[in-house]
Design a protein around this ligand. Structure first.
Ligand SMILES: [Zn+2]
Length: 652
């Protein structure tokens, strides 16, 4: 992308100030005197009401929800900066107000918003009426508005680092949010609605997902990934160069989920000066942070130069605006965004764009699981309106059918039991994010129910970090799991079956301890990470089981071993190449995938309400995208096609 001066915005002109001021004046008139609201300001896509006595509005939330219904904008309650106690004093007040049984673990004060995030072992005790604690009273006493979260079993260093950088940038962020709000609520220049989609990556391929949604008024970049299999920059990165758009022209970047093929190029946008808003769900933010930082390490370990630095990743944190599922948010004068559960990984979202005055509604599936798993509900399928759907097709070929959940779980239990009974160890190479937590939930449930032989389960790699992000965001998990986490002491992520191996020195028990056990370690394709040591030591023993639960990409060590290679060459400590004789049993399980299989993709299209006018297909090898599009045309009689990279599609 070229770099140039920001395009002229009408922001700050008389008309805009007048329209902004009239909204604010209307809000002020509607509020009762007891609300103590002294100032109203934009805070990104929301309107913030600043009060010096938050109690009244917190106790009567019907007042704010009534306002939201009338003015159709998101409204948040904030405290005036001068009414906030300093952190030490506020901590003392909170310690006195929060009952001991709630198990408060940490409190994070965000000066950009005046919110204090309380992480407690028993968050349900801090809900309204559950104990002596009252959020309204705490806000009144401290000047900080509390948000309550469940504390994870192990403190996440990712979340701590994020909080640290949020803290350091509070003043900057407050200014930036105000500017973003002025930009979003600027008056429309054009009343015309036409909508185009420019495919920049991830069409006819898996990797570098990226597209631009454009209207005469706005430009929204959706996803910004890299293609890990690309051989040249033109194949690896999204084709942002093709449009001649500058970074300053973008109104927003929207990120569906944290995986690298959807977020791996985002730090580069920040590196080259993108300073606008980045929208995603709350768990997607720490999750992509973890994944992007890991990619730097992996690149360095493989002798490649990373295309971005840690500072660029940190910059994302400062520009991110997190949205809950199901909330309509203005992101430009003519585009509203709703994120909805996609069932793929924690925080993964379908993106619903409402364009113009409802002239066109575009749904982007992102990576989609249209079936319930241990961690998530099946993807959301009902929207108020939807004319165009863009759907992924990772498993878009007719033969891409996965076994049912019951079948795959039964087979998993059988394989584990057989191995443990024979005195062997089960070694599972696993990607840290998503699959690891899913398998942990399955193991915990079956061991607890007595179907799986009880044995210690060792985890190593970024698994605990990723688990902590799941634990602190129960709202994004499947209903039963969420209930457990938010209402009871039960926590399958912190189950007593699991032991985390924190450093290589602690590997003795799983490696050389005589008793059977299960080991889950990263990386998922035997391409580096702690799994290699377990593989080296345990693969030569025929009593052990090497169990693959995720897709093995062509060209990886995992794929070679799975395809029957009995001698694996590994670079050992000190750079010496050694040969591992693979004599252990080997199995591969399909059906734990975070993607929909062919049948699930088809039933999603059929189920989606309201009925679609058009379907576009992306995120799949060309043959698979083609097959899915043609099946949709034939069976459902909906126009469908699969664009390639660098195509422009007129949506409306
Ligand atoms: Zn994904």
């Amino acid at each position: 992308m070229r770099h140039r001066q920001p395009r002229a915005r009408p922001a700050g002109n008389r008309a805009e100030r007048a329209s902004g001021q009239s909204i604010m004046a209307a809000i002020l008139r509607a509020l009762p005197a007891e609300s103590g609201v002294r100032k109203i300001e934009y805070e990104g896509p929301k309107i913030a009401l600043y009060t010096d006595s938050p109690r009244h509005l917190l106790e009567h939330n019907e007042i704010v929800s009534g306002l939201v219904n009338t003015i159709k904008k998101r409204i948040v309650l904030r405290t005036l900066e001068e009414s906030r106690k300093d952190e030490a004093a506020a901590r003392r007040e909170l310690a006195a107000l929060i009952p001991k049984e709630a198990g408060l673990q940490s409190a994070f004060f965000d000066a950009a918003t005046g919110e204090v995030t309380l992480e407690a072992k028993r968050p349900w005790l801090l809900q309204r009426g559950a104990s002596s604690f009252s959020a309204a009273a705490a806000a009144e006493a401290t000047g900080w508005i509390p948000r309550v979260k469940r504390a994870p079993t192990f403190q996440s260093s990712t979340m701590q680092a994020i909080n640290h950088s949020l803290k350091a940038s509070a003043a900057d962020r407050a200014r930036q949010l105000k500017r973003i709000g002025e930009d979003i609520f600027r008056p429309r220049i054009s009343q015309r609605t036409d909508v185009s989609l420019f495919s920049l990556g991830g069409f006819g391929q898996v990797g570098r997902s990226c597209m631009l949604l454009a209207t005469p008024e706005s430009r929204v970049l959706v996803d910004c990934g890299v293609n890990p299999g690309g051989r040249s920059p033109a194949e690896t990165f999204p084709r942002l160069d093709w449009l001649g758009t500058t970074l300053e022209d973008l109104d927003a970047v929207v990120i569906g989920h944290a995986h690298l093929d959807h977020t791996g190029f985002l730090p580069v946008l920040c590196k080259y000066g993108y300073r606008g808003p980045i929208y995603c769900t709350e768990p997607t933010l720490p999750m992509m942070n973890l994944i992007q930082l890991d990619a730097i390490k992996v690149a360095a370990a493989q002798g490649r130069t990373p295309v971005y630095s840690e500072a660029d990743v940190r910059q994302i944190m400062k520009q991110a605006i997190t949205l809950p599922y199901g909330t309509v948010t203005d992101i430009s004068p003519d585009v509203k965004l709703v994120l909805a559960n996609a069932g793929h990984i924690v925080g993964s979202a379908l993106c619903h764009f409402h364009i113009g005055n409802g002239d066109h509604n575009f749904v982007y599936s992102g990576d989609l699981k249209f079936a319930k798993s241990a961690l998530f509900e099946a993807a959301t399928w009902n929207f108020p309106r939807a004319e165009t759907l863009l759907i992924e097709s990772t498993y878009g070929a007719k033969e891409d059918i996965q076994p049912s959940r019951q079948e795959v779980e039964a087979l998993f239990v059988k394989l584990v039991n057989e191995t443990l009974a024979g005195g062997g160890k089960v070694v599972i190479p696993i990607p840290a994010v998503g699959r690891a937590q899913e398998i942990m939930m399955v193991i915990d449930a079956h061991m607890r129910a007595g179907r799986m032989t009880e044995a210690p389960v060792f985890t190593e790699g970024m698994i605990t970090e990723a688990s902590a992000i799941h634990e602190t965001h129960p709202d994004y998990l499947a209903r039963e799991l969420r209930q457990k986490m938010l209402e009871t002491d039960e926590n399958p992520f912190g189950s007593e079956y699991f032991t985390n191996i924190e450093h290589p020195g602690a590997r003795d028990e799983p490696l050389r301890g005589g008793s059977p056990c299960i080991i889950m370690a990263t990386s998922g394709m035997l391409e580096g990470g702690p799994i290699l040591e377990y593989f080296r030591e345990l693969a030569p023993d025929e009593r052990n089981l090497l169990l693959f639960v995720s897709y093995q990409v062509n060209g990886t060590m995992g794929r070679r071993v799975l395809d029957g290679s009995r001698q694996a060459q590994l670079v050992g400590r000190g750079g010496k190449v050694g040969v591992v004789n693979v004599r252990c049993r080997m199995e591969k399980l399909d059906g734990f995938s975070g993607h929909s299989d062919y049948n699930q993709l088809m039933s999603f299209v059929q189920r989606l309400r309201p009925k679609l006018r058009r379907v576009l297909v992306n995120h799949g090898e060309r043959r698979k995208s083609e097959n899915l599009a043609s099946a949709i045309r034939r069976l459902y009689r909906i126009p469908a096609h699969n664009p390639q990279v660098q195509e422009a599609v007129r949506l409306f």
